[in-house]
Design a binder for this molecule. Structure first.
Ligand SMILES: *[C@@H]1O[C@H](CO)[C@@H](O)[C@H](O)[C@H]1NC(C)=O
Length: 482
């Protein structure tokens, strides 16, 4: 079975890029992996940083599809926000994932510090599953502890004897880099940003270039001007002369007075890569790269089976499983023809989405639903079926049908939305006997009853709905019972 699944995936143009049975993010990934609920608490819930957390399962096709975009988001957000993932398939994590309200995979949640430490605000991220979509949404939720000041309120900001830092800038929006430094020094150093147009302040501190970072150590000490590169590493060092940054994650409570920072758990922040010039968000945020684009560039590699559909390569296999006079219901994903000049081309995006959705629905209902198969365009029985039920003969796009040869009906999935929700709803309707069934054309199924039940009546009312046990209406005792 595993072999078939692999063959299927390869033939399907490969949906997956990494998986093993365990975590889908490798140790070297920029995504911070949360081993358990405790790690979530320490690294995410207690943090002064905003995080996005993906709750996933290794077998989930959409989670695999998300991976490249998610890792890219993690790289772009390094030092600004945490990008983390938790494997909800781990037995020990299931209760926690349930508590977090996770009902499907992947579930993405943005977690940002609340008023009380350890009591973060958690909300679902339901935007596009692209690096840009994720980065934009997370940046939007990064807490801002930087005041924007002008000549008018400069004096107010300068009051008090504690350390302060001012960034003089020719830009309006608060620098994301400054925002992240302000989080590191929350509670010890006050941060402000002021524009070059504020003449009084510019004069008072003799600032000639923009951006310039000025540190006011307090205690009557002279202001210091930073003259290094506008990168986080150098700036953090400069600020460290007045105060230690907050340890993040917070040190474990320990009896001994050890070094607070545990190397292993240091969040992955290549903070030094952020530069001030990148402004606001150090990302290729203008690059409208979508998840699918990223997938296309990825070399194909498949080594996981569970969510894939079994492929019915040739006509006899399809006929035997689904097109005999006593065959029960089968779901068939009729794959499109590949371009003649490029038989090795990967499947189009629509097909990949559809197959990932089907894989997920199939997995979710394992053993309780009629079988799902993928049928390549070269399968001649599939071609006959397409023609028979009036689908385009050119096999330009994927088509999903459920057929029941024994009862002589079929259903065709309408529309273009091949997302899991739409597909699952449609399949549920069929299982519940809702919706109109079409009659299979004469001659398609050898030895089929000339007409089915009663020719005058539409085949609609086949509803035998008993709770739980009824999985597939028109199917008697072949393969779909519990
Ligand atoms: C969060 O900020 C507070 C100051 O408001 C600081 O005392 C604490 O150490 C910070 N926590 C972490 C985990 O950095």
């Amino acid at each position: 079975m595993v072999n078939t699944a692999i063959v299927t995936a390869l033939a399907a143009g490969a949906l997956l890029s990494t998986p093993v049975s365990g975590a889908i993010y490798l140790k070297s990934s920029p995504v911070l992996q949360l081993e358990n609920a405790k790690a979530y608490d320490r690294l995410i819930a207690q943090s002064n940083y905003t995080s996005i957390v993906e709750f996933y399962a290794p077998w989930c096709g959409h989670c695999q599809n998300l991976k490249p975009a998610y890792e890219k988001a993690a790289k772009n957000l390094a030092g600004l926000a945490k990008v983390a993932a938790m494997n909800c398939d781990e037995e020990a994590n299931k209760p926690f994932c349930g508590q977090m309200g996770v009902q499907g995979f992947p579930t993405l949640k943005i977690v940002r510090p609340g008023k009380k430490a350890g009591r973060p605000t958690v909300e679902d991220y339901q935007g596009p599953r692209s690096a840009k979509g994720i980065v934009d949404a997370v940046v939007d939720k990064i807490p801002n502890h930087v005041q924007r000041i002008t000549d008018k309120n400069l004096d107010g900001f300068l009051e008090g004897d504690h350390p302060k830092a001012i960034l003089f800038s020719d830009k309006g929006p608060i620098s994301a880099l400054l925002r992240s430094l302000a989080i590191d020094y929350l509670g010890t150093v006050s941060f402000a940003q002021i524009r070059n147009s504020q003449e009084k302040a510019v004069k008072q501190f003799n600032v000639e270039n923009f951006p310039t970072l000025v540190l006011l150590p307090g205690d009557g000490k002279e202001p210091a001007v930073y003259d290094g590169a506008m990168k986080k590493e150098g700036m953090a060092k400069f600020l460290a002369q007045v105060a230690e940054p907050n340890p993040d994650p917070a040190p474990k409570p320990s009896k001994k007075d050890k070094k607070p920072q545990d190397k292993k758990e240091k969040p992955k922040e290549s903070a030094s890569s952020i530069t001030l010039e990148d402004e606001a968000i150090p990302t290729e945020a203008t690059d409208p790269e979508t998840l699918e684009d990223v997938n296309k560039q990825k070399p194909v590699k498949v080594d996981s089976g569970p969510p894939m559909l079994e492929m019915l390569e040739h006509a006899p296999a399809l006929e035997e499983k689904c097109m005999l006079h006593n065959s029960g219901s089968c779901l068939l994903a009729l794959l499109p023809q590949k371009p003649l000049d490029n038989p090795d081309a990967v499947l189009d995006e629509q097909s990949r989405t559809a197959l990932a959705s089907l894989g997920e629905v199939q997995h979710k209902h394992t053993g309780r639903i009629f079988p799902f198969y993928a049928v390549p365009a070269i399968n001649t029985a599939g071609i006959r079926l397409r023609g028979g039920v009036g689908l385009d003969k050119d096999e330009k796009r994927i088509e999903i049908v459920v057929i029941n040869a024994k009862r002589n009906w079929y259903r065709h999935f309408p529309g273009d939305d091949f997302g899991t929700i739409a597909i699952e709803e449609w399949i549920d309707q069929i299982r519940m006997g809702e919706g109109k069934k079409e009659r299979l054309p004469t001659g398609l199924i050898p030895d089929a009853p000339e007409e089915m039940t009663s020719p005058e009546e539409p085949v609609v009312e086949e509803t035998i709905v008993e709770e739980e046990t009824v999985i597939d209406v028109g199917n008697e005792g072949t393969h779909d019972e519990l």
